[in-house]
Design a protein around this ligand. Structure first.
Ligand code: PBE
Length: 299
């Protein structure tokens, strides 16, 4: 039902888009109004309970023009399906997105500017451990502390993992990136089957880092279990010492509230990757919408 309304309105949209392409700035307002109507003032969100979802909601409060807008939270898979469908039909859509993610490889998208800095701009993905890990498992702790890669590496793993499972992909990745991996492990003693509990949250970015680390720790002799937990739960589990580490804490913004609540017994080893961004994302064909403030207010 909703889809039908969107596509009907999208037909109306094409005329103002053409007009604004001729450089008539004051035609923008009519197009912007239609974008809001076409979307029924709704942003397509992801899993409630994720840091991203929390901050996306906060943005609705902070931006006056988003008064009356809502976020339809569902799942990352649902969001990606809706995004794909909208793009197939060149319909407007606003989603909550993040980079690195293959959505930016598959489609022409842009992250909307965030002049109020609600989404925090560039952040990093930090490695966290429970307190006491350094004393209990100094070898693993040292590897975790040295672990550092970049968005291209992660992107490569995520793209490959669209076709094959993460375990295969990361086994191969570790083999192909031996020099880098050696930097994380050089001079560190092997262990003999020590169990290691690695927490992950169920998104591809975190699956990538958890699996790369698992392969590296396994090569050193650890018996690694990757446990998938909800974002809020992983911080509680670390705080209670129920998992040993995670490599997937988007900080300081995305997971900032979780760290404030549960961070007391968590050791933050700093970023293993930098330059990540979360925010509202639109297809580039929405030419007049470049900033969150360009989204039309609901009258
Ligand atoms: N992420 C990707 C999310 C959800 C999607 C890791 C940025 C988060 O932790 O909120």
């Amino acid at each position: 039902m909703i889809k039908f309304t969107v596509s009907k309105t999208a037909v109306l949209l094409s005329i103002p888009i053409l007009l604004s392409a001729c450089g008539e700035n004051d035609s923008n307002s009519s197009q912007e109004e239609n974008v809001g109507e076409a979307l029924e003032y709704t942003i397509t969100g992801i899993e409630p309970g994720s840091g991203t979802a929390e901050i996306a909601r906060k943005a609705l409060e902070e931006y006056d023009n988003l008064n009356g807008w809502d976020i339809q939270e569902s799942s990352t898979a649902g969001m990606l399906t809706e995004l794909g469908q909208a793009i197939d039909n060149e319909e407007p859509i606003v989603v909550t997105g993040w980079t690195p993610h293959y959505m930016f490889e598959l489609y022409d998208l842009k992250m909307l500017e965030d002049p109020l800095n609600v989404f925090g701009g560039e952040e990093g993905i930090n490695t966290l451990t429970r307190t006491g890990l350094e004393e209990d498992m100094p070898e693993a702790f040292e590897i975790l502390d040295r672990f550092e890669w970049n968005t291209e590496h992660m992107q490569e793993v995520m793209l490959e993992a669209l076709e094959r499972d993460f375990e295969d992909v990361t086994t191969e990745w570790v083999d192909n990136n031996r020099d880098l991996v050696d930097e994380w492990t050089e001079g560190i003693d092997d262990v003999d089957g020590t169990p290691f509990e690695l927490g992950s949250i169920p998104w591809d970015t975190e699956r990538s880092s958890a699996n790369v680390l698992a392969r590296v720790l396994e090569e050193k002799g650890y018996d690694v279990t990757i446990t998938n937990l909800d974002p809020a739960v992983i911080y509680q589990a670390l705080n209670l010492g129920e998992v040993d580490a995670t490599a997937g804490a988007w900080l300081p913004t995305t997971a900032g509230a979780f760290m404030e609540t549960y961070g007391e017994n968590i050791v933050d080893l700093g970023p293993n990757l930098t330059g990540t961004v979360i925010g509202y994302v639109v297809p580039t064909y929405m030419e007049d919408i470049n900033s969150i403030e360009d989204l039309p207010a609901k009258d």
